[in-house]
Design a protein around this ligand. Sequence first.
Ligand SMILES: Cc1cc2nc3c(=O)[nH]c(=O)nc-3n(C[C@H](O)[C@H](O)[C@H](O)COP(=O)(O)OP(=O)(O)OC[C@H]3O[C@@H](n4cnc5c(N)ncnc54)[C@H](O)[C@@H]3O)c2cc1C
Length: 334
Amino acid sequence: MNAMNTVLVFLEQREGVVKKSSIDIWNRVQELAALRPGTAVSALLAGPASSRQLDGSLGGNGVVYHANEAAFKLYNPEHYTRLVVETMKKVAATALFFADTALSRDLAPRLSVRLKASLLTGCAVDDVWGADGGGCCQRAVYSGAAIASFAPTRPLKIYTCTSRPTRSSSAITSGAQASVVVLEPSSRTREELFPLVRRMVMHAGVRDVAEARIIVAGGRGMGSAGSFGLLEELARLLGGAVGASRAVVDEGWRPHAEQIGQTGKTVAPALYLACAISGAPQHLAGIGSAGIVVAINCDPHAPIFDIADYALVGDVHLLLPKLIEEFQEFLKKR
Ligand SMILES: Cc1cc2nc3c(=O)[nH]c(=O)nc-3n(C[C@H](O)[C@H](O)[C@H](O)COP(=O)(O)OP(=O)(O)OC[C@H]3O[C@@H](n4cnc5c(N)ncnc54)[C@H](O)[C@@H]3O)c2cc1C
């Protein structure tokens, strides 16, 4: 009999590297669990992970269940669903947390049906699990015209979440090291049962906005696809990723993979630099968990300034080259 209330965090890997967005969720859930006596946090990692991550950087007091089978290397809905269901039962978990990613948007609904669980998507961890959270999550609906509150109705809950960036992207601050339990291979995950038909790699080598700690995003006010060269240069200097508003993607200036917002990606960078983005509610829906927001806009009344921590009023074509120059100088001196 398990007297503890156990919650499970799903750690998503790609190419054997656990995604930063998953680690942020793992860290934050553990930090919040420390405030809830009688709560244990475990994690499930499907597929290979670098020994560096397993041995050193998955901090905390919890147990990481590692299913290190070849069949879990790439996402397979059938295999992953079975694995998560079995692990949820094994640890008698009452809640399951995912980072809000393309994978979790596919997997979590399947799991909610299999496990008869309430599913809340696009939540901030602190909203659903913080001291005042009460398991509810709020989201803008009807193009930002209203705020809807979603509350779980079943004992078992599944959340796809973003988390405000934690201080470290690799380990929680307690210094403790999670213990790793390797799960027994299962005969039911043979790859020939569910063969992979084709794997497509989009925009190889480009940093994913959903994983980036710094995002330099551009809106329609950038004026052309060519102007995004300035943002690429700035992102390169800062070690960040380029993001875009939907207007930009609709213009065909940038790929949809970079779109941030209601119909794009939800991001949680430590720094979000919004360049010539008006700040429509559908765009803001994607950056609610961002740390510091810096906005550049020539319109002093642009709505983006309502949520920005720092406002630069002016023309991006004048300000961005200056910013790039300043950063270059700064980096030279370091
Ligand atoms: C159902 C639905 C879903 C949507 N989903 C998304 C989504 O996921 N993501 C998203 O982004 N949008 C989404 N939208 C669209 C959203 O409503 C806005 O239309 C869009 O975000 C506007 O993009 P923008 O800010 O780049 O462009 P604009 O609204 O055209 O704003 C351009 C801004 O650039 C400024 N500007 C112009 N020139 C300069 C200059 N030289 N220097 C500095 N500033 C300048 C202007 O003052 C203006 O504020 C959605 C809309 C709907 C209806």
